[in-house]
Write a protein of this length. Structure first.
Length: 337
């Protein structure tokens, strides 16, 4: 591995159903701030909603394409099965109560690779797990949110995906992306990007919050398919354009056919499939979500990249009304103690 690895997850993008329900849950129940209200740049008639910490730091960002009339996703090999979110140690019981009060069915608290985890599904079937651990990235609380700052989601912890074969993905992850294989438990193999997460050690199976990918071999599993309730892609952070191009070149040499660099305005992106079929992205740290909005007003109005701005009237005419902050506040009030 001659190229510097990614530093961790940048964002995870999933497919949702109704956008209002999505907003109510992630802002009103999960307490994530809507930091960018935009559109899918490849399908501008669809929202692209970005939820993150109080300032929209890379690594805290869970994003959604809400396709209200799409079919549910099909679980299977090559599709992310579950996304992990980091929460502070000792907060899972509070989160369990909050989710139950919101009508969410949760699984029992469990321990995975030495970390306490609370698995559940969002209203559209997306599988998530809250995992207690150190803050994986720079984090700013959302002080106007419905969740106490001491309990708020700190960022992306990792993800798990079943694969038909582990070996090709393992070689790619370690030889090209710079992951380290650090442990195996109940058939799941843990890969972690190097570097100590903020506030915690590295080099142990439980370490690496924000840098984790767990995979399991399922040779007879059917191929999964994207749809409502499934993860679309995992984005990994690169520092800048030079880092991105160097890693893109390494991916190309490995035969993974990466896309050209695509300007997403708030970051630049390269996309490719890892050998097991999971869609990866390399996303730059900047320029960030405050490049076109006041940081105090992130997510309050529809933001379009400059090349879509001439089509604003047409785009706004087909997008559903999200109801503003009051939509999320109503959900927050419903689960308040």
């Amino acid at each position: 591995m001659n190229v510097r690895p990614p530093t961790g997850l940048h964002h995870v993008t999933a497919i949702a159903g109704d956008p209002v329900e999505n907003l109510r849950f992630y802002q009103g129940v999960m307490g994530l701030r809507l930091v960018k209200k935009s559109v899918n740049q490849d399908d501008p008639a669809t929202y692209h909603l970005f939820y993150a910490d109080g300032e929209g730091h890379p690594g805290t960002d869970l994003t959604f394409f809400p396709w209200a009339h799409a079919q549910p996703g099909t679980p299977g090999v090559g599709v992310v099965q579950e996304t992990y979110l980091t929460v502070p140690p000792g907060t899972l019981e509070a989160w369990e109560g909050r989710l139950l009060a919101a009508g969410v069915r949760v699984d029992p608290i469990t321990v995975r690779f030495g970390e306490r985890a609370l698995p559940f599904a969002d209203p559209h079937g997306l599988r998530l797990a809250l995992v207690e651990g150190p803050d994986p990235f720079a984090f700013t609380p959302w002080h106007d949110g419905p969740v106490p700052a001491a309990e708020q989601v700190r960022g992306l912890h990792g993800a798990r995906a079943p694969l038909r074969e582990i070996a090709p993905s393992a070689r790619f992850l370690t030889d090209v992306m710079g992951f380290e294989r650090v442990g195996e438990e109940h058939g799941w193999v843990r890969f972690v990007l190097p570097g100590a997460p903020a506030g915690g050690p590295s080099g142990t199976p439980a370490g690496g919050a924000g840098r984790i990918l767990d995979v399991r071999e399922d040779p007879d599993g059917r191929r999964g398919a994207w749809g409502v309730g499934s993860v679309h892609h995992l984005a990994w952070t690169v520092a800048d354009g030079e880092h991105q191009v160097a890693l893109r070149d390494a991916v190309a040499r490995a035969g993974r056919r990466p896309s050209e660099v695509i300007d997403r305005f708030w970051f630049r992106s390269v996309y490719f499939m890892e050998p097991g079929g999971v869609l990866f992205e390399l996303a730059t740290e900047g320029p960030g979500f405050a490049v076109d909005e006041d940081p105090s007003a992130l997510g309050e109005r529809l933001i379009l990249p400059p090349w879509l701005e001439p089509y604003r009237p047409r785009i706004e005419a087909v997008l559903p009304d999200l109801g503003g902050r009051e939509t999320a506040d109503a959900s927050a009030a419903a689960v308040a103690p």
